[in-house]
Design a protein around this ligand. Structure first.
Ligand code: ATP
Length: 264
């Protein structure tokens, strides 16, 4: 089962105007892996995910999800995908139940199944009291938990998490990290995008570093460390992206805050 190919990108490229955002990406992902998908701001991570989700179609190359070429408007593969977007749009006027009913039914679940699952999940996230409350009244962390629930309600096989821990408290972070490990163990494939390097380092089976639209590193954390002779993923990231100016930049910012550039 672990040899089953879940995702394959072949010579994937995309440009926006003159800007080449993805440059000939080749990638094959097997079932049951947690992929840490990292890279500097603007590297092309969200663009890759949007292409796989079928939200962008002006790309070159081929994308196979569950062995199906997604070109030509395939939709059925999307039923097996879950997605927590970085800046999740969430319908503030709906209640939690209405929202999850809406997303669950899009995935073909019955109202009865959705309600039963949602009640269980809301209870586990200590949100059972607000199942009928409007999402607009929720805290940031509660909205994030609801986005995570929405992404998982249909028991997807391939899950894209973009900064899923954003706004969550320390206890919830522990639950979600453990939940991801258990989902992967149960055969789910997870694409985890985040800028929090120590979490990526700990939870990923395989790390992909995207820089300027190209994959610059691909391997387990131990493999990356052996290759780059650096201690932490943060240091490897800095080294591979050629960034060594954080101290100088930090001082420049402090100087400007202090008004050092006022009379320049
Ligand atoms: N629809 C679009 N039109 C024009 N440019 C776009 C579009 N979508 C993305 N871009 C550009 O593509 C580049 C990659 O963006 P993308 O959102 O994929 O980066 P990212 O790696 O997810 O970054 P971040 O870590 O900041 O979320 C950026 O320069 C962005 O401005």
């Amino acid at each position: 089962m672990r040899d089953e190919k879940i995702l394959e990108l072949k010579n994937l490229s995309i440009s926006f105007g003159e800007k080449h955002v993805l440059k000939n990406i080749n990638l094959s992902v097997n079932r049951g892996q947690i992929i840490g998908y990292i890279g500097p701001n603007g590297a092309g991570k969200s663009t890759t995910v949007k292409i796989i989700l079928g939200l962008l179609d002006k790309f070159q190359g081929d994308v196979y999800v569950f062995d199906q070429n997604i070109r030509g408007g395939a939709v059925d593969y999307k039923r097996r995908i879950g997605y927590v977007p970085e800046n999740g749009e969430i319908y503030e006027d709906l209640t939690a139940l209405e929202y999850i009913n809406f997303t669950g039914q899009m995935y073909g679940l019955s109202e009865e199944d959705i309600t039963l699952k949602l009640q269980g999940l809301m209870e586990k996230f200590e949100m059972e009291q607000v199942i009928h409350a409007r999402i607009g009244t929720f805290s940031k962390g509660m909205k994030q938990k609801l986005l995570i629930i929405a992404s998982l309600i249909h028991d997807p096989d391939l899950i894209f998490f973009d900064e899923p821990l954003s706004g969550l408290d320390a206890n919830s972070v522990m639950i979600i990290k453990e939940m991801m490990a258990r989902l992967a163990k149960a055969g789910k494939t997870i694409f985890y995008s985040s800028h929090i390097m120590d979490v990526v380092e700990k939870i990923s089976d395989r790390i992909l570093l995207l820089n300027n639209g190209e994959i610059m590193a691909d391997g387990s954390f131990e493999e990356l460390r052996a290759k780059n002779q650096e201690g932490s993923l943060e240091q490897i990231f800095n080294q591979l992206t050629g960034f060594d100016q954080h101290e100088q930049l930090a001082q420049d910012i402090v100087d400007i805050v202090h008004g050092a550039n006022r009379y320049e």
